[in-house]
Design a protein around this ligand. Structure first.
Ligand code: ADP
Length: 233
């Protein structure tokens, strides 16, 4: 394998609430390589969201280093973190987070407009992303005219619009029935096979086992890792 896209070195994070400290992540060290589809699994409260928030530069660790490609993110200002997030990362959330007042086309176009992409290139890119998720025929619809599964496909298209190096996906099937959940997972697998690197948080074993690597958390620690049917820890 080539050099890691992500390297976490001894990452720890705690939260203080009502004077009680919770250690959400304890000394997490981990490398993720371009082309991988990594599922982070474990029971509620084990630190999955905290880890995904740190990977997505939405939160910072108390200790340790996080290298994204060759950038040491621990040393960045808030503005630099925002710029790197917009440039390198795509996000997909359980609740889709589409804007109801905008058409499907405009939802997918949003990150490109923020970047100042010119109209012809923007149209080309939005159409390519909609085609990738098989939703070209719904470009002029509004989110509330679509099923949950279709809305998640649009959210995935929006996340892909700026060609991120890494797609961070948080419980993508959490609001979907099993038929729509299966279809969204199939799409994520297909995107990974075409080269998109994905880190997905899920508590659903049926879906985590479809990733190329599973990382299991318990009480803020990595307790097991499994790669393509092979135990490595
Ligand atoms: P998971 O995503 O696996 O359910 P989380 O990463 O959300 O777990 O939470 C890990 C631990 O950190 C839990 O004990 C949770 O209560 C605590 N925690 C997470 N976020 C906060 C916060 N903002 N304030 C206080 N405690 C938090």
């Amino acid at each position: 394998m080539t050099s890691a896209l992500i390297t976490l070195h001894n990452i720890s994070k705690s939260f203080r609430h009502a004077n009680i400290a919770t250690l959400a992540l304890q000394d997490i060290s981990l490398s993720i390589y371009a082309g991988e589809f990594v599922a982070i699994t474990g029971p509620s409260g084990c630190g999955k969201s905290t880890l995904l928030n740190i990977l997505g530069l939405m939160d910072t660790a108390d200790q340790g280093d996080y290298m994204l490609a060759d950038i040491n993110t621990s040393k960045l200002s808030t503005n630099q973190r925002t710029a790197i997030r917009n440039q390198h990362l795509g996000f997909v959330f359980q609740s889709f987070n589409l804007i109801d007042a905008m058409t499907v086309f405009d939802n997918v176009a949003l990150p490109l407009r923020h970047r100042g992409v010119k109209r012809a290139e923007l149209t080309r890119r939005v159409n390519a992303c909609l085609s990738e998720v098989d939703m070209s025929h719904r470009a002029s619809f509004y989110p509330n005219q679509l099923s949950g599964g279709q809305q998640q496909r649009i959210a995935i298209a929006r996340a892909l619009a700026c060609s991120p190096q890494l797609l961070l996906v948080d419980e993508p099937t959490g609001n979907l029935d099993s038929k729509n959940g299966d279809a969204v997972m199939q799409l994520l697998q297909q995107l990974n096979q075409q080269g998109t690197t994905i880190v997905m948080v899920t508590h659903d074993f049926r879906y985590s086992r479809l990733a190329t690597r599973q990382i299991q958390l318990l009480d803020g620690n990595i307790v097991a890792e499994q790669q393509q049917n092979k135990d490595v820890a």
